[in-house]
Design a protein around this ligand. Structure first.
Ligand code: NI
Length: 220
């Protein structure tokens, strides 16, 4: 069984990711053309304003339970949000961030599962469907639940539909780490966290750990 340590903790398991990303780059593709075009399309066009790092909500903050609303128009405001989210995600050494996590309840996600932050992916109004029934447990983490990892079974392969930073629709097939990441981030938009898949006992332990962390942060 393949395992990815820490869905968001790129720095913690750099070597594993390097191997897994090679796997991903072979299987991730646009349905109709080459996958590299998708990456190029989502890169910054040089027209973005100064980016800002935003605070990330942490479990058990109830705002993480908000269901996000669809984006009606991909305008400059949404592009600014995307840029701020990428900045925030890279700064936190994450590989995925949903707008929900920065208390913006719109259906926007950013991701980059590459080892050198070279493949930003923008998912606006994402939808996915599984390809086949196979599920695979991988160890996941979350920027909203720092320093905690647990195995979560997710679909091995998914087909994603979303809008990019320019509002253009695209489709891609993903497996491995990217497929997991898509499902994890989509959950955020629905107000679902990966600890929801754990037993109540385990979830309770995470809750206590987080409360302790927040108390320490407040006391500091
Ligand atoms: Ni997360």
């Amino acid at each position: 069984m393949k395992r990815f340590k820490g869905l968001h903790g790129v720095a913690r398991a750099q070597d594993r990711y390097q191997h897994d990303i090679v796997v991903n780059s072979k299987v991730v593709r646009l349905a109709d053309t080459g996958g590299s075009q998708l990456i190029l399309k989502t890169q910054h066009n040089g027209d973005c304003n100064a980016m800002a790092k935003l605070p990330i909500l942490e479990f058990p903050d109830e705002r993480l339970r908000t269901k996000a609303v669809p984006v009606e128009t991909v305008d400059d405001e949404v592009r600014q949000l995307v840029d701020d989210m990428l900045e925030t995600m890279y700064d936190a050494r994450g590989i995925g961030l949903a707008a929900t996590q920065i208390d913006v309840h719109r259906r926007v996600v950013v991701m980059d599962v590459s080892d050198d932050n070279s493949q930003p992916l923008v998912l606006i109004n994402p939808r996915y469907e599984p390809i086949g029934d196979a599920k695979e447990p991988l160890s996941e983490g979350c920027l909203s639940i720092p320093e905690y990892y647990a195995e979560v079974p997710r679909y091995l392969k998914v087909k994603l539909n979303a809008l990019d930073r320019n509002g253009e629709p695209y489709e891609l097939e993903a497996d491995g780490l990217l497929a997991h990441c898509i499902q994890h981030e989509y959950d955020h938009l629905e107000g679902v966290l990966f600890v929801d898949y754990l037993s109540p006992l385990k979830r309770d332990r995470v809750m206590k750990k987080m409360q302790k962390r927040h108390k320490l942060m407040n006391d500091a």
